[in-house]
Structures are given as C-alpha cells and as structure tokens.
Design a protein around this ligand. Structure first.
Ligand SMILES: [Zn+2]
Length: 344
C-alpha cells in the first residue's frame, strides 16, 4: 500500500510502497478516507531535535484520521464492518495505576500513533479496538478526520468551568480557534483570542469570538476596557507556547483565575511567579484528551450546534502532501486535510 514514510535521516517525507499492517486478535483495520496534518507531523517532516530523538527511520507517520472498518481480530465484537471511525492515537498500557483507575489519558507508558507506531498517512491503519471511536450518524467525515486536535481543544477549553466567564485564548492556530469556539458554545461571556497573524485572526472571527486581537497593536488591558471588564480574565487557554503571550496572559488574569496550558514552548519560560502566587492563579498542563469523555463531548457539542468546519482551510489530494506541509509552515492555514479515498 501507499504510505507517507520517514524513510531517511533528513528533512522530508517520502511516499513509499509498504506492506499492509497486520491485525492482532484485539485490533481493527481501517481503510483511511481523510487525514489531518498536525504540527507534530511538521516537526517530523522538518526533522528537528525532538523528531530526531523520537522517531525511528521507516515509520509511517500521521495520527489524525477518519476511515472505514474493513477487518477486525477474533477478540473484537463491537466494531461493525463499514463503520465510520476515528482513532484515539494514544495507545495506553492498560496496567499502570492510572490506567487501572480509568484515567487512561494519564498513562505514563503511552505509545503514539504515527510517533512510536505506524500511523495513518497510508491506505490502511491498524489500532486496538479499545482505541476506536465510532462516529455518530450525521458527523461530517472531514470534521471527523480532525477529532484528534478537536479533542485537544475541547479538553483544554473545558478544563475549567467557562459558563459566564471571560476567557482569554493566546494563539489562534487551529486548536486555539477550536478551543475559542468551544468556550463560546459552553457559555463563556467574552472570548478574546490573541495572535499576531492576521490570517489566523480572520479565521478566529469566523467561529464567533468576541474579539480577535493583535497583541502588539492592542494591549489586552485596552481590550478589557473596551469590553467593560474590570477584574481581568477568569479563564486562560494558553495555546501558543510563546513566552510573551504567556506573560501577557498572566498579567491580565483576575485574582483566582485558572489557566489551562496546551501550547508547547520551545525552551524554558521565566514568568512573574509573585503574580501567580499572590493572585492565587491555578495553572494546569493539558495533553491529549480524555478517553473517552472528551470524544463524547465533541460529538454532542457538534450535535447541539457547534460548528468547527471553518477551521478546515485546505483540502488536498494525498499526492499533494508537500503542498499541505508548505501551507502549514506558512502559518496562513487552519487545518489542512488530505483526501485518501482514491489511493487504492
Ligand atoms: Zn498505563
């Protein structure tokens, strides 16, 4: 089958013919229909220090997908052939303290699809049946293909109660924009998103944020005044990994504010800890999504009117993957989707 493989110890990805993945007794085999390109895939493509340390040469990459079930192992009884499914890309151990307690998203022995095991940028992908999410009727396949990053957005946006609160989102990448949309859907009063990139601010406006601001042009203190806010933002969603953005966030939060952090900083960040301590601010690190409470929430929010489809800005054929990676790298993109339906 065709697959996008990290087949050389150098920047780039290569379209290769590889053997189809085999299923074990607990596995499900999926014919891939659409995939999303993630920032992680870009790191692997560009072969930065993290990627060189983490990725084995010969790996098929990719972890955001939707597809159709074409086969399953002898132990699998509840995933019908032909079902439209996505996969939770974190394959957990099942035996550690957190797994046994039902907190699988906190497993310390997680294997990542397309990172530590062969991924979904291919004709077929295989995952354990416990990692399969069957989509509800009516979920659009393209939207279904980005449930993985949508899950990051939902897990971050709902880390703290937002009903009636003023929410600040730093970073208007696709996950930041989806998180802003979720916060608004979940009843926040004001949702302000900050990003220096005008393309991304315009995209954020399409999902109904209160304000999409360039933090260099309009200080957040000024935005607070315009919105008649007096005590600072109640909930912060840090999606940028940017030191200036994070410091700016801390400086604009209310006493007792809560901050959920998903953006990954490239280096250590120093912050004003006095402000965090004296203003009694809670910081919480977020990674992945909850299995499978977040997946449930994603589904029911779409069913109750949340629309994240504006975040998909590029729809490309699988053979145009290089163009997709270029769009991601330019910063002038939301989600980039690859169509694998005719790959056979
Ligand atoms: Zn575990």
């Amino acid at each position: 089958m065709k697959a996008l493989v990290k087949s050389q110890d150098a920047p780039g990805l290569w379209l290769e013919d590889v053997s189809e993945p085999q299923i074990g007794i607990n596995d499900v085999k999926i014919r891939v229909l659409y995939t999303g390109i993630c920032g992680t895939d870009l790191h692997i493509h560009d072969w930065d220090a993290w990627a060189r340390e983490t990725i084995q040469i010969g790996l098929t990459i990719g972890h955001e997908f939707v597809g159709e079930v074409v086969d399953f192992g002898a132990n699998v009884f509840d995933v019908p052939l032909g079902a439209l499914v996505s996969g939770e890309g974190h394959v957990v151990c099942g035996r550690c303290r957190n797994c046994l307690a039902g907190r699988r998203h906190l497993c310390a022995h997680t294997q990542g699809l397309g990172v530590q095991r062969n991924g979904c940028f291919a004709e077929y992908v295989v995952l354990p049946a416990t990692n399969i999410w069957q989509h509800a009727p009516g979920i659009e396949p393209e939207v279904a293909s980005i449930f993985d990053p949508f899950g990051n957005a939902v897990h971050t946006a709902l880390a703290f109660p937002v009903l009636g609160e003023d929410v600040l989102v730093t970073g208007a990448g696709p996950i930041g924009i989806m998180a802003a949309a979720v916060a608004k859907h979940a009843g926040a009063r004001h949702v302000v998103i900050s990003d220096p990139n005008p393309y991304r601010r315009a995209l954020a406006e399409k999902v109904g944020v209160t304000r999409a601001v360039d933090p260099a042009a309009t200080p957040l203190a000024e935005v607070q005044k315009q919105l008649k806010m007096v005590e600072g933002f109640d909930v912060g969603l840090e999606m940028s990994g940017n030191a200036h953005a994070f410091r700016d966030m801390i400086a604009n939060m209310s006493h007792g504010a809560k901050i959920a952090m998903l953006g990954i900083p490239a280096t250590e960040i120093s912050v004003d800890w006095n402000r965090i301590i004296f203003n009694q601010i809670t910081l919480r690190g977020i990674y992945g999504r909850e299995m499978y409470e977040t997946w449930y929430k994603m589904t029911v929010m779409l069913e109750s009117g949340l629309d994240i489809s504006p975040v998909i800005t590029h729809r490309l054929h699988w053979s145009e993957f290089a163009q997709g990676f270029d769009a991601m790298r330019s910063g002038n993109s939301g989600k980039v989707i690859l169509d694998w339906r005719d790959v056979a």
